[in-house]
Every structure is written in structure tokens, then in C-alpha cells.
Design a protein around this ligand. Structure first.
Ligand code: NAD
Length: 379
């Protein structure tokens, strides 16, 4: 694993707990992590249970005792590490967004395909049992033809203008702001549940244009003491309208300026026969409405997706004994391990990463042109 902070913790925890909850043919061995700061990476290896560490990720790629490279570093490092890993014949799990640009993402896809390694992108929210169950209901036709998806991803962690300029606000490290960071998750859920995008039109805003330069950061926290200021070059909020190939309409909003919303990853889907709603902050519950329910009893019902009928949920606790954020990573890694065992790349994989990046980039283009932008239908 390359990197060891926020996602490093989430992925390490998932690898450790995976064999405890699931019986798999391939089991992860926490062989080595890489980070640039020897003291930091050594401590992280000890705390998170990795057998060894390296201070340069290239050393991981050279090692014969490593089969899978897991990339949990900032976005501008994904392409170089993933391509080098694939060229060395290692399987790759990469955090989202896959890359900084479509061009980079396509090179990554080409590298994993050419070298026939297993690849996945970590869109973990797909793996909440309630989202998997929503997918099943849609596939079974229980909602009929889909008309609408409205998805919001609302956060508020940088509302304080004194919050430092962390890597997530630096264009050369992150690519885009809220857009690639959290809208990317919403549009992955939309692709998973509704289908492929055909065209988009969007708007973006940067509310706070200067911030103190960060001296230390990890995950969503940071410190700034030097008093030096720097320019914020990425969006604080992004919103867009979308049409899907199947005729559905989409409305998307992602922001880090929705006070009171800590991780408000929510969606509602309306079809000809029914609707469903999901909210990450209450992630075990799926709200479902069916038009053919008895008159007088119609309305959204809340299903606690913790039963054996709900994908992955049966591996954990008895019904009603809820699971959390970390389990979405464990569930994703079940698929990764099955893919490695059987030799295929489970979804979401790098092809999904490229498709995601195509939508992200089309929205950015539309912000420049002020016009609707079409998606490439073929890759
Ligand atoms: N799936 C999700 O829901 C989710 C959530 C958060 C972050 N992410 C993604 O995960 C990735 C990492 O985000 P994070 O929040 O863990 O960041 P973080 O700042 O908490 O950690 C980044 C880690 O990468 C290391 N690093 C940075 N540059 C490096 C380099 N050149 N070589 C080696 N190590 C380097 C840092 O030292 C740190 O250990 C990003 O791509 C982000 O978009 C995904």
C-alpha cells in the first residue's frame, strides 16, 4: 500500500478484517507499505499491522513478495504508481478519482489491460448493502423505467476561511476540488444505479479564494502556522444537470460549503413504478416507495438493510445490528480478492474510472463553454 493516512487507515482496517468476516480463496497478507517519511511510515506500519515498510513506493514495485499495489495517495500520484505497478505485473487497487485527466486515466486502463493484471477503483459507497439492494430492485424492474436521479454530496469541513490550503485545494495535486473528490462518488453511484451519462451542463464556484498554506495535513484535517497565504485554484462547489443514455434526467450538487452537512452523500431515484432514497449518514437504511401499494397505505417505507437478503450484510451481525463506513471497504475488497483468485477485474474497475473521469471532464468543459457537453459513447 502506498500512503497511510485517511484512506490508508480505511484500507488497512478492511484488509485486516476481511478474512474474519468472509471465507475467501484469496486472503490479503499485509506485506509492506510505503511513505516518504521514515519515522511516519514505520509507526504506521506498526500501528496498522504491516510486516515491513519502504520509503520509496518504487521499492514496493520491485519486490517479488508483493502481488497487489494499493494506491491511497493524492490524485496526482495515481497514474505513475498504477502504470509502474501494472508494468511490473502487479494487480492494482486505486483510490478515486482514478487520475487527474481523461488522458491519464486512459493510459492507466491501457497499462492494466496490456499487462493483464486485476484492477479496481475504490468507489466504496457502491458497497453499502442498501446501495447493492437498490441496484437489485432496479435490475428486477421494481422501479420500472427510471425518470430521475437527484444526488447531493454535501460537506462543510472547509467553511472556515482560516482552514488551510491542503492538497485537496491545490490544483496541481488534486486536479479538481469538490468535483473530483465527492461529485465523483455521486456520479459513480448514478452510473451504477441508472446507467451511462449522455450529456451534461454544469457550474462551479470557489467561495474562498485565498487560504493559509498548510504545514501538516492528513485526511480532512490540517495545521497552518507560518501566516503565508496561497491561492485556492479549485472549485468549492460544483453542480450539474445530466441526461442519461436511457432517457433519465439527473441533478447533481457537490459542495464543501453546506453548513451542518458533514458527509451528506444522498440520492433519490424516481421510476415509473416507484422511488428510492438513500443517505450515507444513515447508510443501512433504504427508503422505498411503490406506486402499486394499497391506497391509503402508500408512502416511503424504510428498510434496514442488515438482513441476509441484503448483499454482504449476512456476513456481519444478526438483522438490525448495523454496520458502518468501514464495512463498505471490506465489501469492496471481497470482490477484489475474488477477482484476484479467479483472474478478472470486478467493477468498479479502471474502465469505470475512465468513464467517471469522462463525465468529470465533460462537466468542467461545460463550465468553460457555458454549453451542454456530450459524452463519448464508445471508449
Ligand atoms: N473512497 C473514498 O471515499 C475516499 C475518501 C477519502 C480519500 N479518497 C482518495 O484517497 C486518496 C488519498 O486521500 P487521503 O484522504 O487518504 O489523503 P491523506 O492526505 O490522508 O493521505 C495521503 C497519504 O499519501 C502520502 N503521500 C503523498 N504523496 C506521496 C508520494 N508522492 N509518495 C508516497 N506517499 C505520498 C501522504 O504522506 C499520506 O500518507 C485520494 O486520491 C483521495 O481522493 C477516497
Amino acid at each position: 500500500m502506498v500512503g497511510y493516512k485517511f484512506m490508508g487507515k480505511a484500507h488497512s482496517n478492511a484488509y485486516r478484517n476481511l478474512p474474519f468476516f468472509f471465507d475467501l480463496q484469496a486472503e490479503p497478507v499485509l506485506q509492506a507499505i510505503a511513505g516518504r517519511d521514515e519515522q511516519g511510515v514505520k509507526l504506521a506500519a506498526e500501528k496498522m499491522g504491516w510486516a515491513s515498510y519502504e520509503t520509496d513506493w518504487r521499492r514496493l514495485i520491485e519486490r517479488d513478495d508483493i502481488d497487489l499495489i494499493d494506491i491511497v495517495t493524492p490524485n496526482n500520484t495515481h497514474a505513475e504508481i498504477a502504470i509502474a505497478a501494472a508494468e511490473a505485473g502487479k494487480h492494482v487497487l486505486c483510490e478515486k478519482p482514478l487520475a487527474m485527466t481523461v488522458e491519464q486515466a486512459k493510459r492507466m486502463l491501457d497499462a492494466v489491460n496490456r499487462n493483464q493484471v486485476v484492477h479496481m477503483i475504490c468507489h466504496n459507497y457502491r458497497f453499502a448493502p442498501a446501495i447493492q439492494f437498490a441496484k437489485k430492485l432496479i435490475q428486477e424492474g421494481r422501479l420500472g423505467k427510471i425518470y430521475h436521479i437527484r444526488a447531493t454530496y454535501l460537506q462543510d469541513w472547509i467553511m472556515d476561511p482560516a482552514f488551510p490550503l491542503v492538497w485537496r485545494l491545490s490544483k496541481e495535486v488534486t486536479g479538481s476540488g469538490t468535483h473530483g473528490d465527492i461529485a465523483a462518488h455521486s456520479l459513480d453511484l448514478a452510473r451504477f444505479l441508472v446507467g451511462e451519462f449522455s450529456e451534461v451542463v454544469g457550474m462551479m464556484e470557489t467561495f474562498i479564494k485565498q487560504r493559509p498554506i498548510a504545514e501538516m495535513s492528513g485526511g480532512l484535517s490540517a495545521k497552518a502556522e507560518s501566516g503565508k497565504m496561497g491561492a485556492v485554484e479549485v472549485d468549492d462547489a460544483s453542480a450539474f444537470l445530466a441526461r442519461f443514455e436511457n432517457g433519465a434526467m439527473g441533478v447533481f450538487e457537490a459542495t464543501r460549503f453546506a453548513g451542518g452537512n458533514r458527509n451528506g452523500n444522498r440520492l433519490e431515484i424516481n421510476g415509473e413504478k416507484g422511488s428510492l432514497r438513500w443517505d450515507m449518514e444513515n447508510m443501512n437504511n433504504l427508503q422505498v416507495y411503490f406506486h402499486d401499494d394499497e391506497p391509503g397505505l402508500q408512502g416511503f417505507r424504510t428498510i434496514n438493510c442488515t438482513e441476509e437478503y441484503h448483499p454482504y450484510a449476512g456476513a456481519y451481525w444478526p438483522a438490525g445490528h448495523i454496520i458502518g463506513y468501514e464495512h463498505t471497504f471490506i465489501n469492496l475488497m471481497v470482490e477484489l480478492m475474488n477477482g484476484i483468485d479467479k483472474g478478472y477485474s470486478p467493477q468498479p474497475n479502471f474502465e469505470d474510472g475512465v468513464r467517471n473521469q469522462l463525465v468529470l471532464e465533460a462537466v468542467e468543459r461545460s463550465v468553460q463553454t457555458g454549453k451542454w457537453e456530450k459524452l463519448e459513447s464508445k471508449m
